[in-house]
Design a protein around this ligand. Structure first.
Ligand code: SF4
Length: 487
């Protein structure tokens, strides 16, 4: 498929729309030249007096669709981009007959838009009608986004000076086949771990100083990865003790450690987490089907998940999350339903249902038997229905690129057990100071809506070797709060 741009180069968003309908990586881009043989899409903007004249024409498998529109120049050239995307969506829908569940919304945070409309005091009906008109979202997905926004409403009332701390542990016992994260398996990373822990503790100290100088108050702590419990209990203890020493934990409302994979969870580690203030953990089965676990390269069984879960309960954890994935290769609709039922028997406080994302780095991309689109959609629909009916409310939702059927990831929780950190990061509602390799700090000014990011190096060896240079970047925290002082 050739995509031709005439009078514009709005590649990023138009490509995202194309990917909703056509396989990834199939595009050739041409600028200021028109190719009209074979399959093509023409995205054109022409200036004419006081108007931008827009045209989108698509030819695919011998079928054609054309749309034209005009935008007054006073709206600015950049306003053409979204109109072109809508036109392209309509052309592709006309040709393929496939409506997309999330319509032409390509961003990862659809709930943010709903929250914005709620803040304007718009009614549910007005929001539905505005979102449908603008993005062509299905009723089913609008319902889900709206419910999520309603759950978030009271939780988004955040104390002004508060912030969250994210601690990155980018190691895992082995690499899952579907993983595209920079996580390192323990075999390859073992020798890096002592230096990593040392630098991480140093960065925690430095970050605490910046937070104190900016007058911030710690609200939530989140240890993520990777799999934080792939470290041994001494290292977990050392890092958590450093956090306790450098920050005031008496103000925090939530302290999560993603225990993650059952094969890394031991009584010793859970006790360390609990004694150091951790009050929320994740035990993430992804599936309770042993053969699917094997296919995706996770060296544990469903029984080990049950054991890890019950161990955590015995040690006193009253807030446990479980992550599931819809669409794992070799899974089936019945087996996914069974996974949901098996997880419900554990009675977790929250359940996060992801839809599988296949990215380049994933080794499943080439050789695994995929679940059909209809079954992936049915899995996701089942989880929404089943969980909502028994009192798990959706409380955060996000989308990712290259997700099967362009579906979403949703966190469900019993009332009062929603993870604040997950909401804050997803809705970009609070500053997150992040430490460790692959972590990114997000500085948010609620008043102006301004957001700035400071990225740490991705890989542990870079993080270790270039630590001093990296710490220079921390000054951006101070600079940000000079520009946007908290009143
Ligand atoms: S546990 Fe998560 S981060 Fe680790 S390898 Fe598996 S998918 Fe990747």
């Amino acid at each position: 498929m050739t995509i031709c741009f005439k009078g514009n180069s709005f590649k990023y968003e138009t490509e995202a729309i194309m990917k909703l309908f056509l396989p990834v990586d199939n595009f050739r881009f041409v600028y200021d030249d028109v190719v009209t043989d074979g399959d093509f899409a023409l995205i054109s903007v022409k200036e004419e007096n006081e108007f931008f004249r827009l045209e989108v024409s698509v030819s695919l498998d011998g079928k054609k669709a054309v749309m034209k529109d005009s935008i007054a120049k006073e709206n600015g050239f950049s306003s053409c981009e979204f109109s072109l995307c809508r036109m392209l969506y309509k052309c592709l829908y006309k040709i393929t007959g496939k409506a997309q569940p999330w319509g032409c919304i390509t961003g990862i945070r659809p709930v943010k838009e709903v929250n914005r409309l709620i803040e304007k005091n718009m009614s549910r009906e007005e929001i539905f009608s505005a979102m449908k008109e603008k993005y062509f979202i299905s009723d089913e997905k609008l319902n889900l986004a709206y419910k999520t926004a309603v759950t978030q409403e009271k939780l988004l009332k955040i104390p002004k000076k508060s912030y969250s701390l994210y601690v990155s542990i980018p190691f895992c016992p082995t690499r899952c086949a579907y993983c595209s994260f920079v996580s390192h398996s323990m075999d390859s990373a073992q020798k890096l771990i002592p230096q990593y822990v040392e630098k991480l503790c140093k960065e925690i100290e430095i970050t605490a100083e910046y937070a104190e100088k900016a007058g911030l108050t710690l609200d939530t702590v989140y240890f993520g990865g990777g799999t934080p419990t792939s470290l041994d209990s001494e290292d977990i203890d050392k890092i958590m003790k450093t956090v306790a020493k450098c920050f005031t934990l008496s103000t925090i409302r939530e302290y999560t450690v993603e225990a993650g994979r059952a094969d890394t969870i031991t009584a010793e580690k859970l006790v360390v987490i609990k004694e150091n203030g951790g009050n929320r953990i994740s035990v993430n089965p992804q599936t309770m089907n042993d053969s699917v676990l094997k296919t995706i390269g996770r060296n544990h069984t469903a029984e080990q998940v049950r054991e890890a879960f019950s161990l955590a309960r015995k040690i006193g954890f009253e807030n446990i999350n479980t992550d599931l994935i819809a669409g794992l290769p070799s899974d089936s609709l019945d087996s996914f339903k069974n996974t949901v039922e098996e997880v419900l028997k554990l009675n977790p406080e929250s359940i996060t249902v992801h839809t599988l994302t296949l990215k380049r780095a994933s080794s499943l991309f080439a050789n695994a038997k995929q679940v059909s689109d209809d079954d992936v959609a049915a899995m996701v629909a089942y989880s929404v229905d089943r969980l909502c009916k028994i009192g798990y409310n959706p409380y955060y939702l996000y989308r990712q690129k290259n997700t099967l059927c362009n579906l979403e990831n949703v966190g469900y929780a019993k009332e009062g057990k929603e993870s604040l950190y997950n909401i804050f990061i997803m809705e970009e509602a609070q500053t997150i100071l992040a430490v460790g390799a692959a972590a990114s700090t997000k500085l948010c000014d609620a008043k102006s809506g301004k957001i700035e990011r400071v990225y740490n190096y991705k890989f542990p060896y870079e993080y270790i070797n270039r630590f001093d240079a990296l710490m220079q970047r921390k000054n951006e925290i101070a600079e940000f709060y000079k520009k946007y002082p908290i009143e």
